[in-house]
Design a protein around this ligand. Sequence first.
Ligand SMILES: C[S@@+](CC[C@H](N)C(=O)[O-])C[C@H]1O[C@@H](n2cnc3c(N)ncnc32)[C@H](O)[C@@H]1O
Length: 284
Amino acid sequence: MDFDQTKILLKEKLGSPYFETDRCILFCGDSLTLQKKIDRPLFDAIITSPPYNIGKEYEEIVSLDKYIDWSTEWLADSCELLRERGCLLLNLGYTNVADMGRAIPLSYLLWDKVPLFLNQEIVWNYSAGVACRKYLSPRNEKILWYVKDKTHYTFNLDEIRDPNVKYPNSKRHGKSRVNQLGKNPSDVWQIAKVTTGKNRASKERTTHPCQFPLELVNRLLRGFTNKNEIVLDPFVGSGTTIEACITNDRYCVGFEIMPSYCEIIKNRIENLVLQKPVGNKEEE
Ligand SMILES: C[S@@+](CC[C@H](N)C(=O)[O-])C[C@H]1O[C@@H](n2cnc3c(N)ncnc32)[C@H](O)[C@@H]1O
């Protein structure tokens, strides 16, 4: 089924979208309610960063049990939406667990709640962040790479090779030992966070409080999906997954519960299509 047909099907089941172009469609609402209404399987990949239960403006803190139950439910349902060779790229941060631990990696709590094969954990390492005094300053989040079929899955290594090779001229028996496209980028990815602040805000920054860097999603898309595949982001936030899909020739379906963020996405994508800079609305 191509993307035009997918959009027709989605509109039949979910009603009017908030916004659409020939490469994306955005629905405003609760992701689980929306996705439960749609036919399956429908998507080649899911790339997302859900709420972490840490009291951001878009979430209410609930008990850990309740959070795990909710996560288990949406993850199980999402996996049914994936096609045969589909994958799930799940970005997870940390949550506090009262009287038990500070900043517990959500991957410890959720990794086995996903009914797919966990192919690898990617560590996303960034240099800037909160400076702590009583413990080490956190500088990473995880991306769990799940696949539906543990043998047949998309891995486009050449698309994501790291050209930064230490000994590019290294030879053995007169033959180059180095892949000319670069080395395997490893499971630790150093990618800067989207920064805020008057003079140091990232170019791509919107007013959304937890925006993914485009570079991170670009690499996930190139490495683990193919051109013209359809990607779902059920917690699409500021629309980074949508923008990255458009610029990498993929299609994207997004769900977002907050109308104000849907408006950010609409402006962001309209500007992208018109080749206008996102603009830096940060007032700090
Ligand atoms: C961590 S942010 C995602 C940020 C996104 N990756 C980006 O680059 O902007 C999580 C998003 O999920 C949205 N959200 C929270 N609960 C939701 C729900 N039940 N259904 C749909 N969206 C939800 C929030 O409003 C927030 O924008």
